[in-house]
Design a binder for this molecule. Structure first.
Ligand SMILES: C[S@@+](CC[C@H](N)C(=O)[O-])C[C@H]1O[C@@H](n2cnc3c(N)ncnc32)[C@H](O)[C@@H]1O
Length: 202
């Protein structure tokens, strides 16, 4: 895909009032999978500057709730149905596990890239593993999971970790992903009943 088409997403994001072009990745995933419905509870991991969080808050409406977490500050303001929290997701794993269930857990978390592809991929894998752990503990039956991952040697393991949890696991590479990027999104559809997950665990 050419740079011009890629840049179109940045311009469109500014026109649509989103702080980052990444919103069109989520929009495409939502269009293909139907992630969101009015009234849902959504957990957004690695949410700054805030495009995914804003998009989700619109989709779940005034009776829904979105909690977005990032180590960096956000480029948007909180809303009545959108809470923004600045902290490391690593510090939240235990706390989030005791929270009420979510309908959607999504992670656009990415490590600071070092330029060493294997190292960056491994860090991305570790972030996805943490997001999977949180989703396993907090997603309702029938819930959805989305996580960005850099493709590499650990990719299959990340995908396999989702299979016992979801009825279907898909890989989606939205059009808004830059052509030079090796990121894709793992999507877990319809969380299996909790008792079936327990009985499949080793
Ligand atoms: C690509 S950006 C997310 C963009 C966001 N989805 C949006 O639409 O505006 C990736 C984010 O992951 C965050 N991140 C990486 N590791 C994290 C961690 N351990 N805890 C919380 N946030 C993390 C980074 O600070 C960065 O803001």
């Amino acid at each position: 895909m050419g740079r011009r088409r890629q840049d179109r997403f940045g311009k469109q994001a500014r026109n649509d009032g989103y702080p980052a072009r990444s919103v069109y990745k989520l929009e495409e995933i939502d269009r293909r999978v139907r992630l969101f419905r009015q009234g849902q509870r959504v957990l957004d991991l690695g949410g700054a500057p805030g495009s995914w969080a804003l998009y989700a808050s619109k989709k779940v409406g005034k009776n829904g709730r979105v909690l977005s977490i990032d180590i960096q500050g956000f480029g948007i303001d909180p809303l009545p149905n959108l809470e923004l929290r600045v902290c490391d997701v690593r510090d939240l794993v235990e706390e989030e596990k005791s929270q009420n269930a979510y309908d959607v857990v999504m992670s656009d978390m990415a490590p600071k890239t070092s330029g060493y592809r294997d190292q960056d991929q491994y860090r991305s894998f570790k972030l996805v593993s943490m997001a999977t752990e949180i989703a396993a503990a907090t997603l309702k039956e029938g819930g959805y999971f989305v996580a960005k991952i850099f493709q590499g040697p650990d990719f299959e393991e990340a995908r396999n970790n989702l299979r016992p949890l979801f009825q279907k696991v898909r890989i989606i590479r939205p059009k808004a992903v830059r052509s030079e990027s090796y990121e894709v999104f793992l999507v877990g559809e319809k969380r299996k009943p909790l008792d079936s997950v327990e009985s499949e665990s080793p």
